[in-house]
Design a binder for this molecule. Sequence first.
Ligand code: GLY
Length: 360
Amino acid sequence: MTSTVRQIDVALGERAYQVSIGSGVRHLLPEVVAGTGARRAVVVSARPPEWTVDPGVPWLLVPARDGEAHKTLETVGELCRQFARFELTRSDVVVSCGGGTTTDMVGLAAAMFHRGVPVIHLPTTLLAQVDASVGGKTAVNLPEGKNLVGAYWQPLAVLCDVDYLRTLPPREWTNGYGEIARCHFIGGGDLRGLDVTAQIAASVSRKAAIVAADERDAGLRHILNYGHTLGHAIERATGYTWRHGETVAVGTVFAGRLAGALGRIAPPRVREHVEVVRHYGLPEALPTGVDVAQLISLMRLDKKATTGGLAFVLDGPRGPELVPDVDERAVRDVLDGMPRAELPAESGATGQQDRAVQGR
Ligand code: GLY
């Protein structure tokens, strides 16, 4: 392991934990498991067997598959049955190894089995390292919508091994950089020009502070969803062919334009949204063929819009905040004024990938 391991505390009292970020940190797993006193472990992995780490106690390796299509109650039920057949107890431990969809569903299975078994995440994608694995949100999808069934279940530890990122395809980099770009507008600072380990550490650090202040998403945590209201609508409208981070990038540009149209921010700040998104090689245009009326109906279903109106996290004089009951005409005008593009090319964010590998 290199000496550049960064450790970030998620300060949640008795549920506090550390996120370790760096090359080789997956090898900390046996030490972390030993600290729990677990007798056995189930490692659920969406990656090749050689990517998983022996947890240092008798263990069962359960293969899983990343992807929204697999993030279902049926998969969680199957995982729980595997835990039961292995006779996992509440004092044992579950380990996830995979992308954000895997950490989401394994986290939920751990939250539900025996009403809660400790879980440790080994996120293997940039998206999972900067966002999904940290903060204790676990969920699966229903045919009716994304992340509709879930629980808050904080992990015991998160080991973000940047070595895993070496094998990521270009669109997986784009997926993660969508969330890193969003960080720029929620108090994460300007992360352009940093190496990927520093970018992950800064994103996690910002998220850890927000989660520590508002674990259950009652207020401040909403700002993590900057760019996500439109992002989620695009994901649904494109049948998840556009990746989460790609849609968050477009949603971030939209959030800047909407905040500008509502007089909340000045034109240079609106332009900054485009500049940041472009810097990371992310898409900024709406998908061709997706209807503005459909996007607006989908955004009305967003969980932040409690009254059936349109609610967005928008920048403004006090920084980003949830703005409820935004006038539909303003939203429609901004959407109508956005450029259109086909599905992002597979080559997105390649420059970042090269920089990331060199940067370590
Ligand atoms: N990904 C948003 C949150 O964790 O609250």
